[in-house]
Design a protein around this ligand. Structure first.
Ligand code: PLP
Length: 294
């Protein structure tokens, strides 16, 4: 695919039933203007999104992504997306993806200011080539996210568990990591616990036990982390969820950032301290993540 593909969805009510939703989709030229200047997604980042990995035309883990989109919509008081309508839109976008790796994005915006309905669209585009970073790994630094571990409960309006379009903070954290000579960041809560990366989940290995921060509402529950855990369970490993103190980051036997498109990248250093890399397991995880998964 050299060009992006885009279709606009005319969102229907969550309970409306039809056999086919094709007439609610409008394919648009992805290179041409399509949104109104009154769009709240662009003015305020007021909307939610998902990025789905596509391998050889197969959209990965569509159901978990649609469930998370619906959860994000609920947290933001947006109309809950119609599951089957969005599933069919993803299938149309996937059919436009050629062999190799691509990414489908789903966007649900609050729409135009004072407008009657949300705005929704789906895009497909070739993915960046992550083959090298999956092998070579990344250096990360820890960054204070500025909230306590209980922030999601104390201040639900921060929308911490929703995948909102307001990613300016996440991008600023990545720029800060680059300024500090690293490739990526791990957010810490202000009370000293490990959270997530700006665009990925963290998995740590201690001996034969794998752990990741418990998704208590303050972080996104990663679909890739769930897939990796399924694979690890199948291999007989113990993989669980914990409240992980930041001090534990100095001593893992291996660590990865995992996300839907970059997949599993091994961490080679945290705050300048080298972390052992398990190349064989990393290759196995990526091979699994690149296999067709529903
Ligand atoms: N955490 C954050 C903040 C993210 O933005 C992402 C993905 O973009 C993830 C975790 C990983 O989620 P997934 O594995 O579903 O891509």
């Amino acid at each position: 695919m050299t060009r992006r593909f885009a279709l606009i969805i005319d969102p229907i009510g969550a309970s409306e039933e039809r056999a086919d939703y094709a007439d609610t989709f409008t394919v648009v030229d992805a290179a041409a203007p399509a949104l109104s200047v009154g769009e709240l997604s662009t003015q305020r980042g007021d909307g939610v999104f998902e990025s789905i990995g596509v391998v050889d035309g197969h959209a990965q883990e569509v159901l978990p992504h649609l469930e998370r989109l619906a959860n994000s919509a609920r947290l933001c008081d947006l109309p809950v997306p119609h599951h089957e309508q969005w599933r069919q839109a993803v299938a149309v976008a996937a059919s436009q993806c050629p062999a190799g790796e691509a990414v489908i994005k789903l966007i649900l915006s609050r729409g135009v200011e004072h407008g009657p309905t949300p705005t929704a669209w789906v895009t497909a585009a070739p993915a960046s080539d992550f083959a090298t970073v999956r092998e070579a790994g990344i250096k990360v630094v820890t960054l204070d996210r500025g909230y306590g571990l209980d922030a999601a409960e104390q201040a639900p309006w921060l929308l911490l568990g929703a995948k909102t379009l307001s990613y300016a903070v996440n991008m600023a954290a990545l720029r800060e990591a680059h300024r500090r000579g690293a490739d990526d960041a791990i957010f810490l809560s202000s009370d000293g616990f490990v959270l997530e990366a700006p665009t990925a989940s963290l998995i740590l290995r201690f001996g034969d036990r794998f752990t990741t921060p418990a998704p208590t509402g303050g972080i996104l529950h990663g679909t890739t982390q769930l897939s990796v855990y399924e694979h690890l369970a199948g291999r007989g490993f113990d993989a669980g969820y914990d409240r992980i103190p930041a001090t534990d980051l100095s001593k893992p036997d291996a660590a990865w950032l995992v996300s839907s498109v970059r997949l599993a990248v091994p961490i080679t250093a945290i705050d300048g301290v080298p972390i052992p890399v398990d190349r064989t397991l990393t290759a196995e995880l990526n091979q699994y993540l690149l296999s067709p998964r529903d």
